[in-house]
Design a protein around this ligand. Structure first.
Ligand SMILES: *Cc1c(COP(=O)(O)O)cnc(C)c1O
Ligand SMILES: [Zn+2]
Length: 547
């Protein structure tokens, strides 16, 4: 590697020095978040873009812009290079054409903390550190423990209350010493810092370290590359300390300096309602957040009560590049966890569901527009909380205990057992919808609820024919369709002796005019705006309509 020049810079007062090793704060103004600066001019002259495209995928292909001097010190598990997935079903549900999932679950320990761990542990390794302490709400400790194991660094992990036991056990498995602190996350950080000081070992300052911010910015590089060197309109994430969006914004700023993109995305930040100091501050236009002393959320991942200086940085970025802030309750998040899994196959941890709930609110409030390109940071796995999310009665049973104890199950008992599995009252539903994606989405919603038999017609004429044949229990219809539109279909249905009793739910993308409303009045059981409903709301309307 060519020798690189890195400077440390204080954004607050402009102080600079050549980077040799991490510093706790600015020696002039004491600001405790410093920035790493690189010779971007020089890289701009080289064809960096085509050069990296020829390297192995992953975070370290950007090594010129990461704070490591000797590549021999890199500690890697193949982090980064996570896919950007087009979320078609969730997008259709929200009326977003370009919703992308940055699937950070595909990192070595299932969260974007793998990036941080790889850079931070590499820095430790380069500095000759052999023992370190970290405070964590789960994901940081898991990631650091995995990487520290590879580097032969002894780790101490300090956890606050409410971190799921399954996460803590994974940390112990990697050989990390686990310390449980009965207190808040902010208190836990203090305990960990004191412990490290008294033992004379390295304390990882998380968001306040160069390694953390530098690692997060690699998400920006990857997103830009996947979008053909464009910046999205939005980057959305659940925030605790705020490091993700701050790092991502820095990444896009560097790409602008390199002449590779033209802007920084707006930052959509989301917190748990039980610990939302940044959301409160941003929505009141306060540049400084009021700390939350006692977070009430059970979602430990998002329980930083005092965001400190990081919020000020985030506030400045959101003012400059645009932004939106929303909070979501734990209950809302648990509900949305199921939606993410059922609609697009994404098993996520609750912190990610909090973020998605916030995204839904941003769309509904018109902050995010239907044509915006939205990138959503998706991390974790439902595993530690599945007990909570699923509740009871989520499994079917095949009972063979009555079958005679022969080695193979007799054909008859097997048949009846299998029949029982699928035995449930079935309601017949006709969907009349010309848009293929919408039809598939609706079908998916019914199927994941279970107990519905679905037929699809692609215009009113076909819908009417099928309705006459099958006598459905419910009709869900679009309005704007070729051949026979929804208005005409509904008139035909209501004037037919055999069909007029069938409940009708109308789903439309169209703003209705007053005469159109009059045409539907008294004839339909409910009218939903496409892209503004969630499947659970639709299911409720369906259950109500079916009586
Ligand atoms: C760490 C983490 C967050 C919070 O990230 P910050 O950028 O540090 O605020 C959110 N969600 C998940 C899944 C996390 O692991
Ligand atoms: Zn300073």
């Amino acid at each position: 590697m060519k020798s690189k020049t890195i400077h440390l810079e204080c954004k607050n007062c402009g102080w600079q020095e050549s980077y040799t090793e991490p510093r706790k704060r600015c020696p002039v103004c004491s600001d405790d978040i410093l920035y790493a600066r690189y010779d971007l001019e020089m890289l701009r002259k080289l064809d960096w873009k085509s050069e990296i495209s020829m390297r192995k995928p992953g975070l370290w292909r950007y090594h010129e812009l990461l704070p490591i001097k000797d590549p021999a010190n890199i500690v890697t598990l193949g982090e980064g290079a996570t896919p950007l997935i087009h979320a078609k079903n969730l997008g259709a549900m929200l009326g977003l054409k370009h919703l992308y999932i940055k699937d950070e679950r595909q990192g070595p320990t299932s969260s974007f903390k793998d990036r941080q761990a790889s850079v931070a542990v590499s820095v430790m390794h380069e500095l000759g550190i052999t023992e370190a302490a970290v405070a964590s709400t789960g994901n940081v400790a898991i990631a650091y423990s995995a990487y520290a194991a590879r580097a032969g660094i002894k780790m101490w992990a300090f956890f606050p209350d409410r971190v799921p036991g399954d996460k803590i056990r994974e940390v112990a498995l990697y050989g990390t010493e686990v310390v449980n602190v009965t207190g808040t996350y902010d208190q836990t950080k203090e305990v960990a810092a004191r412990f490290a000081q008294s033992r004379g070992i390295h304390y990882d300052r998380g968001i306040k370290s160069i390694a953390a911010m530098e690692s997060m910015k690699t998400m920006a590089y990857e997103i830009a590359e996947e979008l053909d060197w464009r910046a999205p309109d939005w980057f959305i994430q659940g925030v605790s300390g705020g490091m993700g969006p701050i790092g991502v914004a820095k990444g896009f700023e560097e790409l602008i300096a390199l002449g590779l993109v033209d802007r920084v995305p707006a930052l959509g930040i989301v917190q748990s309602a039980g610990c939302a100091p940044m959301i409160e501050a941003f929505n009141n236009d306060w540049p400084v957040a009021v700390p939350v002393e006692n977070p009430t959320t059970v979602i430990a991942t998002l329980s930083t009560g005092n965001p400190g200086r990081a919020y000020q940085l985030l506030y400045d970025l959101m003012k400059r590049y645009g932004g939106a802030a929303e909070s979501a309750t734990d209950e809302e998040a648990f509900e949305i966890t199921r939606v993410l899994a059922r609609m697009d196959g994404l098993s996520v941890e609750p912190a990610t569901a909090v973020a998605f709930t916030g995204l839904i609110k941003m769309v509904r409030k018109g902050k995010i527009k239907p044509d915006d390109v939205v990138v959503f940071n998706c991390s974790g796995h439902t595993f530690p909380v599945e007990k909570t999310i699923l509740g009871n009665a989520w499994m079917r049973e095949v009972d063979l205990s009555d079958a005679s104890p022969t080695p193979s199950v007799p054909e008859v008992s097997l048949l009846s057992a299998v029949e029982e599995v699928a035995a449930e009252p079935v309601r017949h539903v006709l969907i009349v919808e010309d848009n293929e994606d919408s039809a598939r989405l609706l079908q998916r919603i019914f199927e994941s609820a279970g107990g519905y038999d679905i037929r699809i017609a692609t215009d009113g004429r076909e819908g009417l024919n099928i309705a006459r044949q099958m006598q459905p229990d419910l009709i869900v219809s679009d309005l704007m369709m070729p051949e026979m539109d929804g208005f005409q279909l509904i008139e035909e249905l209501k004037s037919d002796q055999m069909l007029h009793h069938i409940p009708i739910i109308v789903l439309t993308a169209k703003e209705l005019t007053p005469p159109e409303r009059t045409r539907l009045a008294g004839r339909v059981d409910s009218l939903l705006q496409k892209g503004s409903f969630l499947n659970d709301e639709l299911m409720q309307q369906i259950i109500d309509a079916l009586g």
